[in-house]
Design a binder for this molecule. Structure first.
Ligand SMILES: Nc1ncnc2c1ncn2[C@@H]1O[C@H](COP(=O)(O)OP(=O)(O)OP(=O)(O)O)[C@@H](O)[C@H]1O
Length: 335
């Protein structure tokens, strides 16, 4: 069977000399969840727009469920469901009315459309909310309806764009469970775009880390983290320290490597982080640049990102959203 998604060498330029995609390639198998992870501006939305036939690539090829996005956009649209960040639901209509209307838009007859709406209302625990206007829904309920709307026509590939942005922790957890079940029970292939590191870690069987229009690393979350041998050591100062004495002090310590200084924060790797810390702190004290805080953690996806993209995730997030910045560096994906 054809891959759910096969994209090869996608290039997209926008006016103003913006190269949104610079040869991006991804594949997604049936029933798999691929997490497209990257900061604002990395090229995730452009990739999704090409795969959902909204934008034409300047170069490269892409097929969804075996249908070429340029030659057979009509067929592609039949087999995909898209849940974008902006809700497509009519706030003045009820959940049931929204679902029935969506089914009718796909050409389903009245009785069958109502049956499908009922199935989805039950599937997503929306029974109680079915007869209420969408404008009265909580964020989590609305998101569940959005996903249900994306599934009305039984797509084979679902595009989920930042599915839990703005949800409280409980609603987030329940959305994660729904998404995992969709891929598991219904063999739906899901392309999840997110810039929550923990979401990607939790949900995606495979991750493609996107930076500056291309995939810089790909693999299971564990494999990606496993490539980073040893522990991550993170240091922080009250204000940005002078770089030369910090580097000189740490350069003398054996076993400390991949030192990246980024403003008042520093990350390094050590085979045994806990054992390295006393020497690290002593060396910095002696050099007159004492650190204010130190943490040792198993590598997180943030560390993976740092290694492949050469900068911290939050720093790379050009818009500097609170969401990404709030991601704890040392513990984000640590296990
Ligand atoms: N219509 C457009 N015209 C000009 N530039 C664009 C257009 N759409 C996107 N870009 C630029 O292309 C680059 C990639 O944008 P894209 O939206 O694909 O990134 P993203 O990873 O989805 O980011 P976000 O998480 O903010 O959605 C960015 O530099 C963006 O400013």
């Amino acid at each position: 069977m054809a891959h759910a998604i096969e994209a090869d060498g996608l290039v997209k330029n926008y006016p103003g000399d913006v190269r949104a995609l610079d040869g991006l390639s991804i594949t997604l198998g049936q029933g798999e969840i691929l997490g497209l992870l990257g900061p604002n501006g990395a090229g995730k939305s452009t990739t999704v727009k090409i795969l959902t036939t909204l934008v034409r690539p300047d170069a490269g090829t892409a097929a969804v469920a075996g249908h070429d996005v340029l030659r057979r956009p009509d067929r592609v649209r039949r087999v995909i469901g898209v849940v974008s960040q902006r809700s497509g639901a009519d706030p003045e209509a009820t959940g049931r009315e929204n679902l029935v209307l969506q089914a009718r838009l796909y050409g389903t007859g009245g009785a069958q459309a109502r049956r499908r709406a009922d199935e989805l209302l039950e599937r997503f625990g929306l029974g109680e909310a079915a007869s209420r206007k969408v404008k009265t829904y909580s964020g989590g309920t609305r998101r569940r309806l959005d996903v249900a709307l994306g599934l009305v026509h039984r797509p084979r590939v679902l595009f989920l764009d930042e599915p839990t942005t703005g949800l409280d922790p409980e609603a987030r957890a329940s959305m994660w469970a729904e998404i995992a079940a969709l891929a598991g029970d219904e063999a739906l292939a899901i392309l999840l775009t997110t810039h929550y590191l923990d979401e990607a870690d939790r949900l995606a069987r495979r991750l493609a880390i996107v930076d500056r229009g291309g995939v810089v690393a790909e693999g299971t979350p564990d494999a990606l983290k496993g490539e980073l041998r040893g522990d991550a050591v993170h240091l922080e100062w009250g204000e940005t320290p002078e770089e030369a004495p910090v580097r000189a002090a740490l350069g003398r310590l054996p076993g400390l490597r991949d030192v990246v200084l980024d403003g008042p924060r520093l990350s390094a790797r050590a085979d045994d982080g806990a054992a390295a810390v006393p020497a690290v702190l002593a060396a910095l004290d002696q050099a007159g640049v004492p650190a204010a805080a130190v943490t040792v953690a198993r590598p997180s996806l943030d560390d993976v990102y740092l290694r492949y993209a050469g900068r911290r995730f939050a720093q790379a997030d050009t818009a500097g959203t609170a969401d990404a910045a709030a991601e704890p560096a040392a513990t984000g994906g640590a296990r």
